[in-house]
Write a protein that binds this ligand. Structure first.
Ligand SMILES: Nc1nc2c(ncn2[C@@H]2O[C@H](COP(=O)(O)OP(=O)(O)OP(=O)(O)O)[C@@H](O)[C@H]2O)c(=O)[nH]1
Ligand SMILES: [Mg+2]
Length: 450
């Protein structure tokens, strides 16, 4: 199982669409002036508020982006819309925590305590984490310390079985602290190096739950207290995070259900409001649907710049290391040609269901803005267009003038507009890929675990 396997689930589509519209509008003006930036910032503000981002966070964000976008060098630049998009990207990265916060595990056994409200996704996350740690050569032990719901214990045991990880689950008749003590002893006895402790959630924060969690924490002395938050609950999740931080001090956040139609409010506010870093996101119910959290990749995904880094990761699984390095080098240097693009399209088909990969391709995520109705059919069209070009044209798309476009359209059974759009997208994609991959290139090796 791989950490990148879930990396293609589109997230916060609605917010992404709105951002795309803002940039499209900016592109539409021959010259971007102050009033255009101001109008754009108004739209960005509205988009973020509609995504349920904390209003203070929105205010600061828009203030910063607006100020930078109005800077002389941006407005006088040749591509102000791209520069403004770059600023928005950078500020989103900052909002999401700037740098990734990998889960470091040292002690033996190292303990990770998992808490959160009822139904947030704690038990599923425990299993997901156990599976990914196992894939990385660790030997986790799952501990069922949710004594309030017998079904929760069974759920953990079933999941543990499914992923082949042992579970310490003595039932619901003994106190959680006893279960934890027993878990630590069992880990020592059976040489497990990591304890993952699932705890009980309640519908709302209450004194009883907090006291129980505090007692478990005291007994376990965990290296990490991970708070699982349901991203679908937006600002509510942020309020919960604040309470947990104040009452039991959590070290990291896990955001779940990003695959649903969550709007982004929790993801974009929780770090800024609480100071607690997001460490993982869950993008589905399956055990493999776990991703480490990278602020820059997430920002790129929201903006439809494509998650180039995840694409390269994924490519590593299907092509060898040398080819992957070559691809990265090309992306970075903007020497990526239509020939490479065609090559990548072929690989894409091998990499998995096309609709899941689309979100990773720059400019392809956003319906109606950069690429209308992208899907399997659209990719076929793109492929047909590139195939109707000469290799010279593929290497130097700037050669493709009006009459060549007509010829290519005829040859590929598409229209001149299709060809124009495809070439436009390709140019945009090349610029963005180079920018995004520059940032992504700074990823520490071995992430997400040190
Ligand atoms: N779509 C989706 N569903 C999820 C995700 N994470 C968890 N779920 C589902 O959400 C439901 C609740 O998940 P659990 O892991 O049982 O949540 P919990 O926090 O342990 O709940 P309690 O033990 O009742 O407090 C289950 O149906 C999960 O399959 C996710 O990332 N995406
Ligand atoms: Mg549970």
């Amino acid at each position: 199982m791989s950490f990148t396997s879930g990396g293609f689930v589109p997230v916060f589509q609605d917010l992404g669409d709105k951002f795309a519209r803002v940039f499209k509008e900016l592109r539409g003006h021959g010259k971007v002036r102050e009033q255009h930036v101001q109008a754009a910032m108004k739209e960005v503000r509205r988009a973020l508020l509609e995504a349920d981002v904390n209003y203070k966070v929105v205010k600061e964000f828009v203030g910063r982006v607006g100020e930078r976008a109005l800077g002389q060098s941006v407005l006088s630049s040749l591509t102000p819309d791209q520069q403004i998009m770059g600023i928005v990207h950078e500020e989103l990265v900052r909002l999401l925590g700037s740098v990734p916060a990998p889960l470091t595990l040292s002690g033996s056994p190292a303990a990770v305590m998992v808490c959160g409200l009822q139904g947030a996704g704690k038990t599923s996350f425990c299993a997901k984490l156990a599976a990914s740690l196992t894939a990385r050569g660790r030997r986790p032990l799952l501990v069922a310390a949710d004594i309030h719901r017998p079904a929760a214990v069974r759920q953990l045991v079933v999941l543990a079985d499914q992923i082949g990880v042992p579970a310490h689950a003595p039932g619901t008749s003994i106190p959680a602290t006893e279960i934890v003590r027993g878990g630590v002893a069992e880990a020592r006895r059976t040489l497990r190096d990591t304890l993952i402790v699932d705890t009980a959630g309640r519908l709302h924060i209450d004194q009883g739950m907090m006291e129980e969690l505090a007692a478990v924490k005291e007994t376990l002395d965990p290296e990490h207290v991970l708070l699982v938050l349901d991203a679908m609950t937006g600002q509510e999740a942020v309020a919960v995070a604040r309470e947990f931080r104040d009452r039991i001090t959590c070290s990291g956040v896990v955001l779940t259900k990003l695959d649903g139609d969550s709007r982004g409010g929790a993801a974009l506010s929780v770090r800024a409001v609480t100071g607690v870093p997001i460490q993982f996101v869950c993008v589905g119910e399956k055990v493999g649907d776990l991703e480490p959290f990278f602020p820059d990749r997430m920002a790129g995904r929201i903006l439809g710049m494509g998650d180039v880094a995840s694409l390269v990761d994924k490519a590593r699984e299907t092509i060898d290391e040398k080819e992957a390095r070559e691809l990265e080098r090309k992306l970075r240097r903007e020497s990526f040609t239509l020939e490479d693009f065609l090559d990548q399209l072929q690989r894409l088909k091998k990499m998995g269901p096309v609709d899941q990969l689309i979100g990773l391709l720059p400019g392809m995520k956003v319906k109606g803005a950069l690429a209308p109705d992208v899907g399997e059919g659209e990719l076929k069209k793109v492929e047909a267009i590139i195939r109707s070009m000469t290799s010279e044209e593929r290497r130097s798309p700037q050669l493709i003038g009006g009459s060549r476009r007509k010829r290519i359209a005829r040859g590929s059974g598409t229209s001149v507009q299709d060809v124009n759009r495809m070439l436009d997208q390709f140019q945009q994609m090349r610029r963005m890929m180079s920018r995004v991959s520059k940032v992504a290139g700074r990823m520490p090796a071995g992430f997400p675990f040190k």
